[in-house]
Design a binder for this molecule. Structure first.
Ligand SMILES: Cc1cc2nc3c(=O)[nH]c(=O)nc-3n(C[C@H](O)[C@H](O)[C@H](O)COP(=O)(O)OP(=O)(O)OC[C@H]3O[C@@H](n4cnc5c(N)ncnc54)[C@H](O)[C@@H]3O)c2cc1C
Length: 453
């Protein structure tokens, strides 16, 4: 008998692993803490080195997950407990209340349109606002609404309104306008119990908080952005519909600087390399040039790590075809001109050893990545950087230190999309053997291998 597999995290790695398993008729539970699958790739505009549109690659895969009868999506949920052993894990999952009955919700958006309350839009990294009831992004899968309990006045009335309401419920607009009668303000958290043969962890990454590096002024100076914010800024589905404009005055920048290795390869913060930032900065500078051919783009770097197929050619093309400048140097600090809100970079040009200054209208920081802080409560070993430890990085790069639990994508360390997808397929192949009952071909249970002693 074929047993199900649990995939935790629905970024590109979790999506690929789920599709591979489902193709072999293996039932899959795909759990994601967010209201939509897609992960970070859903926030990207284009991908290096081909400059393919990210959503043109990702959206069909997301739809394939939704359509596949072998895959059950468990959204807005997190794993609470895992017991058992390879072949027979017992899992408890906590499903947070969405306050919308997803069996009834058609994703029509009437509730979103009429909701009177706003909150920062997390998909656009706070560069704009969304409503208190929202659909994460237009291509969300599943395309269902969620009420953000913190910002919904009905679910979380501010004290002054609560007193004035004298016990009467506040607002209720979404419930009144929902044609499917899907709003359920009384929805409670739910615990789901599953038995699975194997687990694939694909919980991905978060960005290092650039405010911890005060010399770069992120969070203090309006026109300093992170590289992921720039992806949203340049994206046609982003907060400015793809117009690159400054936070301070909504004007197009004439000079943009990218600073590499912000919080990474720096012993004060994270010593490791984030692997994709050199290519991501090159891509973003090309995209800026495509949007505004007259813009001046400069990338400040320690060394360019163009290690993948076509990567070096991509950098050469950026220089020759698009006139992007690369300065080998460390930026010491950024200061803001209080009148123009322009940014003055002080840096050491490491090819001449001179200390120099230069002025830009906008600065983009390639901040380090970190493993997702909300690591599921699995008894997995982590490596010194907090990523999931591999059993053998060279000979067994998708096995964790627990038999039957595999890892794919950035959860095991920084990598780009192609490498995340390759790992996902490898992890799915290993998990499939266990799901089909060929445990002995994958794991050795000689040492017990169980989680409950
Ligand atoms: C600015 C920027 C530009 C980039 N550009 C490119 C590019 O052009 N080309 C390229 O190849 N790569 C690029 N990358 C890298 C690419 O984004 C990653 O390689 C890819 O997203 C990794 O996918 P993943 O599935 O491992 O993780 P993620 O995309 O991080 O997905 C993780 C998923 O797990 C879910 N999750 C997290 N924790 C839990 C939990 N506890 N329980 C349940 N679910 C959980 C999250 O909600 C998310 O859906 C870029 C990255 C950045 C930041």
């Amino acid at each position: 008998m074929v047993k199900p597999v649990l995939v935790i995290g629905g970024g590109i790695a979790g999506i690929q692993a789920s599709l591979d398993l489902a193709e072999q008729n293996i039932p899959v539970y795909l759990v994601d803490k967010s209201p939509s699958i897609g992960g970070k790739m859903a926030q990207l505009d284009k991908t290096f080195p081909t400059l393919d549109c990210a959503s043109c690659i990702l959206t069909p895969k997301m739809s394939a997950v939704l359509r596949n009868k072998n895959i059950k999506l468990i959204m807005y949920s997190e794993v609470q407990e895992v017991k058992g052993r390879a072949g027979e894990f017992k899992v408890k999952i906590l499903k947070k209340p969405t306050y919308v009955d997803w069996d009834k919700c058609t994703g029509c958006g009437s509730c979103v349109e009429k909701c009177p309350y706003k909150a920062p839009d997390e998909f656009n990294l706070g560069l704009t606002t969304r409503k208190a009831i929202y659909i994460l992004f237009p291509q969300a899968v599943p395309r269902k609404a969620v009420i953000d309990a913190e910002h919904c006045v009905r679910l979380n009335p501010p004290p002054n309104l609560r007193e004035r309401a004298k016990g009467r419920p506040l607002c209720g607009v979404c419930s009144m306008v929902c044609p499917a009668k899907a709003i359920d303000y009384d929805m409670k958290p739910e615990v789901i119990e599953l038995e699975v043969a194997a687990i694939i962890v694909a919980t991905g990454m978060e960005l290092y908080d650039a405010r911890n590096i005060p010399e770069y002024g992120y969070g203090k100076y309006d026109n300093v952005y992170t590289h992921l914010e720039f992806e949203r800024l340049v994206s046609a589905t982003g907060p400015t519909r793809g117009e690159i404009i400054r936070r301070s005055d909504k004007k197009h920048p004439k000079r943009i600087a990218w600073i590499q290795c912000v919080g990474s390869r720096d012993v004060r913060f994270n010593h490791y390399c984030s692997a994709f930032c050199c290519m991501a900065a090159t891509k973003q500078a090309i995209l800026a040039k495509e949007h505004m051919p007259e813009v001046d783009c400069t990338i400040y770097y320690m060394d360019i790590r163009a290690f993948g197929k076509g990567f070096n050619e991509f950098v050469e093309r950026a220089k020759e075809e698009f006139g992007i400048k690369y300065i080998r140097g460390r930026v010491v600090r950024i200061d803001e001109d209080p009148d123009t809100k322009n940014l003055i970079l002080t840096y050491e040009d490491t090819s001449t050893s001179y200390l120099k200054k230069d002025e830009y209208d906008m600065v983009v920081l390639a901040v380090a990545i970190r493993p997702n802080r909300v690591v599921p409560p699995l008894p997995l070993d982590l490596n010194e950087d907090g990523f999931i430890k591999l059993k053998d990085p060279y000979l067994d790069p998708v096995s964790t230190t627990v038999e039957g639990i595999f890892v794919a994508g950035v959860a095991a360390g920084a990598k780009d999309i192609p490498d995340s997808v390759t790992e996902a397929s490898a992890a799915a192949a290993r998990a499939a053997l266990i799901a089909k009952g060929h445990l002995e071909e994958v794991v050795s249970l000689a040492d017990g291998g169980g989680l409950d002693g």
